[in-house]
Structures are given as C-alpha cells and as structure tokens.
Ligand binder design. Structure first.
Ligand SMILES: Cc1ncc(COP(=O)(O)O)c(C=O)c1O
Length: 455
C-alpha cells in the first residue's frame, strides 16, 4: 500500500481547543509574543519539542501500575536494567531523572579546567554541563552539516580527520570522545555505523573511551538501515546493538526514544567510573536502583524500549517528518534537507529575506504560525544564540524554526493542517514584520524575553 498509516489505534484522547484568530492575537500580545509564555491548552498543534511529549502505550500504562516503589532493590529497576542491556550491552546502568542529570554526573567526574571534550555537535545541556566544570566542548561535525541543501545521507557524522588531529595534538587534555545520535543540534541528522565504528577505533587508539549520547538511537538506527550500504537487510535491533557495541558508555534521555515522559540513564563499562558515578548519584539523584525516578517510571521506560525498535513505528515516524518536509518544499518554503528524524527545520532567514537577522526572522515566523494556525514551534536562531555575555548581539549562524514532532501524538490530518497553515503564512510572507525585544534576561533569553512586532 502507498499510504504509511499510523501503526496504532487511539484509545484515550485529549481534546484540542480550537481558538480563533482574534483570541490568538490577544494571547500573543499578553505573552509578549513569546511562545514559551503561551498556555499549552491555547495551542492547537504543539511542535515545541519531541522531548517528554510522547503518547505512552497501553503496555506502558500497564507497566506503570506494576511499578514497585521500594527504596532499594526494586524489581522495577531490574526490569529497566534488563531492557536497557537488551539493546545496549553496558556493564553498569545508572538511572537518572533525565538526560542532563546523566551528563552532569559524567562531567563532574571527567571534566574540569583544561579538559577538552569533542563531539559531532554537543546538545546545549551537554555543552552547558561540560562548560560548568571549566572544560571546553568542541564540535567537529562534518562540513556538509552546515549546508541546508547538501543531501548527504549522514550529515550528523563527526569529521574523523579533525578528531584524529585533536587527539594527536591535545590528547592529554581529552578524557573521552562523544557522539550525539541523531545529531539534534545539527537538525536531527543521523550518524552512520561506519562513522561510529571509526570514531571508536580512533578514540581507542588514543586510549580514550567513546560515549554515545543516545537520545534518538532508534531513529538513527532506522536511517542506517535505510541509507547505509550493507545494512538494509538487518533488523533495527541488531543495528542498535552494533552502534553501542562500538562504544564504552552512553548518556540517555528516556524522554525521546524510550517513549517515556521523564527519565534517563548513564551506562558505562568502566568499573571505577561507574563507582564514582553511583557515589555522585546518591548525592544528587537518589539510590542507584531508582536514581531520581519512581519505580513506575522505570517500568514505563522498560516497556517503551521494547516498542521503540519496532520497524513499522520507525517507518511511520520518519515518514511523518519527510511528508511535511516534501509538502513545504513544494510550497517553496526553504527547509534543512534531508529532513531529520524528529523534526523539520524551516530556514526562516531565507523564507523572510526582508527581515534582517537582528530583527529575528525565526521569531517572526514562529509567531505567525501561532497567530494564523495555533501552531507552536521553536525559534532556533538569533533569539536563542545571538546574545553575547557582554550584552552585545550577533546574528546566529542560521535563523531556523523547528517543528519537532511528538511521538505517536498527531495524525496525518494534523500534518496536513500544519502544511495548510504554512500555505496561509507563505501568502502573507511579505507582510510579516521583524521583532524588537522589549525585555530580556542576561542568559537563555529565548525562554522569557518579551517581544513587540516592528511597525
Ligand atoms: C541530544 C540531546 N542530548 C541531551 C538532551 C537532554 O535530555 P533531557 O532533556 O532529558 O535532560 C537532549 C534533550 O533535548 C537532547 O536532545
């Protein structure tokens, strides 16, 4: 059949309140044109993030009821540990309340002033946790990642020559090598199995462990199956095992590819590192058999991990974003291509060339999508990255708007609706105006800044 249907039926629904244009204009004015300040029940299609927003399955809700809340030695922990190790065969699995807690624990041990941590592209919490220890986070993604029209299949790959050079020239400063799969900050682009294996071989030759940030491991494995020569006949589960077999540890946010609404873990092979991490965990998260989570969360993750490697699901998941991407391209809306695993990234700077970067074309487009259709998306551009510590501003490398698709939440008609709203906004694109910031904090301004449209 041609149509790739949602491979699930809907048993529980959440109503969507269909707001009017006038209501949304008033809500935007009250929110200072910042979509983080809009109440979620005033949003029609919420594409702010794919993190923690998944719809859990009947199996997962059943597992929640089975959750055991013993402080130590809960059977929920052992079910969680077995489910992780079924896919990622690391010796030590240490639960945390979300991904950034795993990062904070890891870098509190291996980071510190003078250290350098390379990756393809560090996600912002990873970078933040590295820098908080005084270490330096270095992005070594391949050059193709910077060109939105480059159709290379693995634009999340790490540049192996630059990795080799860094380890040769500054190896004594590097405690470990990281790889983020898929590469979220780089548009959800995948990393090939060959790149993971070669990066591991280079790291090992220099005596360094490879740690994978595995938040979207299943989407990455699906891309490997579809795009990497020699991998097409293999199961996603086998590919996932190969990805992690090459590595020495991982950090994980279960809010992505484990279908959970909260949770994460740190997993490593090294006994000394694991002992240090568990000591730190007890201080900051909790006892090692629950680590900042309820037993019911651990069971929801265990069930989610069994479901996420389902290939029918992954085909539908990746297709949803490709489908939106194809329709937007047909409308003449510039996007980052190929479309990534969890989101479509719209190039707002090219869509609104009359709005200069310091008048925030990404914010203007995100606001227009909400105004005309109640869609909440996320500016990833000059608002997010343009403010320097001395208070001056520079344009970000790109002005993007991310449409991040929650897992198993929306249907094809929601996707069609998103495209229709773009059609409406595209008709009015010359009328869209830049924005002015009227108040902002000194850091992470995108969450709380207030804006005014320029007249
Ligand atoms: C690649 C990547 N790493 C780490 C994290 C942090 O995970 P969490 O939000 O669970 O702290 C995220 C969250 O979006 C992510 O996308």
């Amino acid at each position: 059949m041609r149509t790739i249907i949602e491979p699930f039926r809907i048993k529980v629904v959440e109503p969507i309140r269909l707001t009017t244009l006038d209501e949304r204009r008033a809500l935007l004015a009250a929110a200072g044109h910042n979509l983080f300040a809009i109440h979620a029940d005033d949003v029609i299609v919420d594409l702010l993030t794919d993190s923690g927003t998944s719809a859990m399955s009947a199996e997962q809700w059943g597992a929640v009821m089975r959750g055991d809340e013993s402080y130590a030695g809960s059977p929920s922990f052992y079910r969680f540990e077995a489910a992780v190790r079924e896919l990622m065969p690391f010796r030590h699995v240490i639960p945390t309340h979300q991904g950034r807690a795993a990062e904070a624990i890891l870098f509190s041990i291996v980071g510190g002033p003078g250290k350098v941590i390379p990756s393809n592209t560090h996600f912002d919490t990873t970078r933040g946790n590295i820098e908080a220890t005084g270490a330096e986070a270095v992005d070594l993604v391949v050059a193709a990642a910077h060109d939105p029209d480059d159709l290379s299949p693995f634009k999340g790959n790490i540049d192996l020559d630059r990795l080799e050079r860094l380890l040769t020239e500054q190896g004594e400063r590097v405690p470990l090598v990281m790889l983020t799969v898929t590469n979220n900050a780089g548009g959800g682009q995948p990393v090939s199995l060959a790149n993971i294996r070669t990066a591991a071989a280079i790291a090992h030759r220099h005596g360094k462990p490879l740690i994978i940030d595995g938040c979207r491991f299943a989407e990455n494995a699906w891309f490997i199956k579809c795009r990497e020569p020699g991998q097409e006949g293999r199961s996603v589960k086998d590919i996932v095992r190969d990805m992690f077999d090459a590595a020495d540890g991982m950090t994980m946010s279960a809010k992505k590819d484990a279908f959970a609404n909260i949770g994460g873990w740190l997993a490593v092979n090294d006994d000394t590192l694991a002992a240090a991490a568990r000591n730190r965990l007890i201080l900051t998260e909790g006892f090692p058999t629950y680590g900042g989570l309820a037993g019911r969360d651990l069971d929801a993750i265990a069930a989610g991990l069994r479901e996420i490697v389902d290939e029918q699901y992954l085909r539908y998941r990746v297709r949803t974003n490709e489908y939106i991407g194809e329709k937007l391209t047909a409308l003449g809306v510039p996007i980052v291509r190929p479309v990534g695993g969890h989101a479509v990234f719209v190039d707002a700077r090219r869509f609104l060339p009359h709005i200069p970067p310091l008048q925030y074309p990404g914010q203007s487009l995100a606001v227009a999508l909400y105004e005309h259709g109640g869609i909440r998306a996320c500016e990833i551009g000059t608002v997010m990255f343009g403010l320097r510590p001395d208070g001056t501003e520079v344009p970000a490398e790109m002005d993007l708007v991310r449409l991040a698709m929650p897992r198993r939440v929306y249907t094809q008609s929601h996707a069609d609706y998103v495209v229709e709203v773009f059609e409406e906004v595209a008709k009015r694109r010359s009328e869209l105006r830049g924005m002015r910031i009227v108040s902002q904090p000194r850091q992470l301004r995108h969450f709380t800044a207030r804006f005014e449209p320029l007249s």
